[in-house]
Design a protein around this ligand. Structure first.
Ligand SMILES: Cc1cc2nc3c(=O)[nH]c(=O)nc-3n(C[C@H](O)[C@H](O)[C@H](O)COP(=O)(O)OP(=O)(O)OC[C@H]3O[C@@H](n4cnc5c(N)ncnc54)[C@H](O)[C@@H]3O)c2cc1C
Ligand code: SF4
Length: 326
């Protein structure tokens, strides 16, 4: 590991000032991703700014919904009575991720900023545009079983790995951020980016910005929601594909559906085609199947991940059926 300086911030403004003045510094949340990247020489910060002492750990109801502090741990968030009762989809998504030990360390802010698990990204002997812009993409013609079927570019076919973020996408969350001039709120759909020509950029944060918290509006599908994750193992395994689904129902008629997919794109993939199809339709398996087919029609598979298209249809139908049953 490259030697680095370790400093601690005591308040958000100080943390932002510390990061802003050093282009090679990084915040430390729970460290469960950053330290792995440093050990593999993928991340090479010369200064680590510990933000663990900032008081950004509250989880509470607000007048419009719910607030998650950026430094609240994933375990605490998933098990919080407010979250279990009102946002069960989020609780399930967090608990489907990683392992108990990792969730005990991982923070909500760090979870959103975890980097792709593309194995070529972690292997510094391989070309990777995300790690070294302009070097090429080893996965494009390589072993791309885990990779994207939506929104990829020839510069990067990686998927974004967070389970928690898939639920936050379906829940229309907003990320609250502070920089050295102001605070801003970023709608979840604009927070993570597609790779385009700049796969080195995972999200819309600029250097120096601190995530302070996540706001989630109230919803009317808590009792009809589901998170389904398909993976190679039951623990310590990232999603091959996942679906967060919530149905706002009037009897068995779907007033509206909120659906997001994980493991399919460089960001949580909001299933807008399926959502549009389901509006005003009866909650039947036939309609769920048609919605899934409509969504997956635009998927573009790579050499080794063609199976994800059929898996996507089946997982979508499964999640919608589970959400309907409640
Ligand atoms: C073996 C293993 C299996 C895993 N499986 C899964 C899985 O199945 N599903 C899943 O979703 N995740 C999984 N994870 C990933 C895990 O959820 C993340 O590593 C964790 O959520 C990252 O949170 P952290 O607080 O430890 O982040 P850190 O490692 O501390 O930070 C990550 C990044 O965010 C930055 N950062 C942290 N906090 C802030 C902030 N407040 N503002 C601005 N920048 C910040 C850091 O500088 C760093 O760049 C797995 C991890 C491991 C090691
Ligand atoms: S898919 Fe993206 S992260 Fe993986 S090798 Fe290609 S550029 Fe790198």
């Amino acid at each position: 590991m490259k030697p680095f300086k370790f400093i601690s911030a005591t308040n958000p403004a100080q943390a932002v000032a510390m990061l802003t003045k050093n282009a090679d510094a990084a915040f430390l949340g729970g460290g469960t991703n950053l330290l792995d990247l440093m050990k593999e020489h993928v991340a090479l910060p010369n200064e680590i700014i510990d933000i663990g002492n900032l008081s950004l750990k509250d989880i509470r109801a607000t007048t419009t919904g719910f607030y998650l502090g950026a430094l609240a741990k994933n375990t605490e968030t998933a098990n919080h009575p407010l979250i279990r009762k009102n946002l069960p989809m989020l609780s399930k998504a967090i608990l489907a991720g990683a392992s108990a030990q990792i969730r005990n360390m991982a923070t909500n802010g760090g979870n959103l900023l975890q980097r792709t698990r593309c194995s070529y990204f972690y292997d510094i002997s391989m070309p990777c545009n995300k790690r070294v812009p302009g070097s090429g993409c080893a996965a494009l013609e390589g072993f791309n079983r885990m990779h994207a079927i939506f929104g990829w570019s020839e510069h990067c076919v990686a998927v974004y790995p967070s389970d928690m973020a898939v639920a936050l996408s379906a829940l229309n969350a907003t990320v609250n951020v502070q920089n050295n001039k102001t605070e801003r709120a970023i709608p979840f759909k604009d927070f993570h980016l597609l790779p385009g020509n700049h796969p080195e950029k995972d999200n819309s944060l600029t250097h120096g910005e601190l995530i302070k918290g996540i706001e989630i509006p109230e919803n009317n599908f808590a009792s009809h929601s589901a998170y389904v994750k398909v993976r190679d193992r039951n623990s310590y395994a990232f999603a091959l594909l996942s679906v967060a689904a919530g149905l706002n129902l009037n009897g068995n008629i779907i007033k509206s559906a909120n659906i997001a997919l994980g493991g399919v794109a460089h960001k949580p993939w909001r299933a807008l085609q399926a959502e549009e199809f389901l509006k005003g339709k009866a909650a039947t398996t036939a309609n769920f199947t048609k919605a899934a087919e409509t969504e997956m029609a635009a998927a573009k598979a790579l050499t080794y991940n063609k199976f994800k298209i059929e898996m996507g249809k089946k997982t979508l139908v499964n999640a919608l059926e589970l959400a309907f049953k409640g």
